[in-house]
Design a protein around this ligand. Structure first.
Ligand SMILES: Cc1ncc(COP(=O)(O)O)c(C=O)c1O
Length: 410
């Protein structure tokens, strides 16, 4: 008989997953049982500072009291209607979200990948109905090293072989150009182009920040070419970089903005396409949908997230603590760190490959009570909850320094 969960140790639980869970992840060997703010606790009661924050889904920390309260209150009233009926929560969520990001309309979905799929469908439909592209000829230009999710259409335009290999055949109609290269983008755009779809900062690729002016250039180029600019802000958006959206750093307004992760406050999956009426207005009843999209629990939590973002406090924290992070990482360059890129409270840190892979360093940091995630090669990414205190952040930087020094000493 299976032992009751409460008597199982972390090692037991990791072993128990092996035969029954698909191996599509390679988690760090930590089994989280409780969490609050920037801290998580494992089954044995060991505490760790969470510097991944659910890939930015936990921008407001674990179990932010206002978000938990909103979720509890909604759980006691109404959780799901489907869009076959209206619910009394969705209108305010939509009104406030479009207001926050300066757009006209929104389409509620659940996961990030669904928001991206929805953006692709909207761009194509707009191209046929409004731009006049001949049927089934629409193209979408994307960037190399992108990460937009895991559906078959999305991995079809990934340049990461481990994401693609074995999953074809793929959806046609995508053109891939180098990121941060306006000339290549210009050359790829033609009369069939429905949209240019990019991440304003490429998170999964290692927090790659394009040159100043790139996003402005994409906006100008797409406007001139008569195609849409679709910004995937699923990871970069909602306070992470110090502004509500990463495109705000260049005062650029895309035609469609894709949001997810933090929109659900780390409680429920909530995503959305937010954009211009001319684009979102192309959808008619029956052409797109999702059973859970726009459900009242998601809308109530989403509204509580908007309460937090509307204060501007979290954007400010990301800016101020981002300066502390940048200063701490600058100090480590040449001492185990070969380089880093950061904006707001978000950094991709290239560890000296001589010290090991990103995974090796992540495991060592875990043993020192710090949770991070590696990306490619020897790069780790740091994206703490925006609620982390300066003291906690400085403590994490001190632990990183200690781990790098000890690793170098062998
Ligand atoms: C930029 C970006 N887009 C889309 C996604 C996919 O989101 P989800 O995992 O919720 O489908 C991610 C996830 O990491 C992401 O970083």
């Amino acid at each position: 008989m299976t032992a009751p969960t409460r008597t199982r140790t972390s090692a037991d639980l990791i072993r128990a997953e092996e035969p029954v869970l698909a191996h599509n992840y390679h988690p760090l060997p930590v089994v989280v049982a409780r969490a609050e703010g920037a801290w998580v606790e494992d089954v044995e009661g060991r505490r760790y500072l969470d510097l991944l924050a659910g890939y930015s889904a936990l921008n407001f920390g674990h179990r932010h009291p206002a978000l938990i309260e909103a979720a509890h209150a909604q759980l006691d009233r109404l959780t799901l209607t489907s869009r076959a009926f209206h619910n009394d929560r969705l209108a305010s969520f939509a009104e406030r979200l479009v207001e926050l990001v300066g757009q006209d309309m929104m389409l509620p979905m659940n996961t990030g990948a669904e928001a991206v799929e929805s953006g692709v469908k909207l761009a194509r439909k707009w191209a046929y109905d409004v731009k006049g592209v001949p049927a089934d000829r629409a193209t979408i230009v994307v960037a190399a090293d992108n990460f937009h999710g895991r559906t078959t259409t999305i991995v079809g335009f990934s340049t990461d072989e481990s994401a693609r290999a074995g999953f074809g055949p793929f959806t046609p109609g995508f053109r891939i150009v180098p990121y941060n290269d306006l000339a290549a983008l210009e050359a790829a755009v033609d009369e069939t182009t429905a949209a240019v779809l990019i991440e304003p900062i490429q998170g999964e690729a290692g927090v790659l920040i394009p040159d100043d002016g790139y996003l402005t250039g994409v906006r100008e180029l797409t406007s001139r070419a008569g195609c849409l600019f679709v910004a995937d802000e699923i990871q970069s958006g909602l306070g992470r970089t110090g502004r509500t959206l990463a495109v705000d750093h260049e005062d650029v307004v895309p035609d469609l903005v894709l949001l997810g992760k933090a929109l659900g406050g780390g409680i429920v999956p909530v995503s959305a396409v937010v954009g211009r009426r001319e684009v979102l207005g192309v959808l008619r009843p029956g052409e797109h949908g999702s059973t859970f999209g726009g459900n009242p629990l998601a809308a109530a939590v989403g509204c509580a997230v908007l309460d937090l973002l509307e204060t501007g406090e979290f954007q400010l924290r990301a800016t101020e603590l981002g300066a502390v992070l940048r200063e701490g990482l600058t100090d480590l360059v040449g001492r185990g760190v070969v380089g880093f890129r950061s904006r707001g409270l978000w950094a991709g840190v290239d560890i000296d490959p001589a010290l090991g892979t990103g995974r090796d360093i992540s495991e060592r940091l875990m043993r020192a009570g710090i949770l991070v995630k590696d990306t490619h090669g020897s790069t780790i990414r740091i994206a703490p909850p925006l609620t982390i205190t300066e003291e906690e952040l400085r403590g994490a930087l001190a632990s990183l320094e200690k781990v790098l020094t000890e690793t170098a000493a062998g």
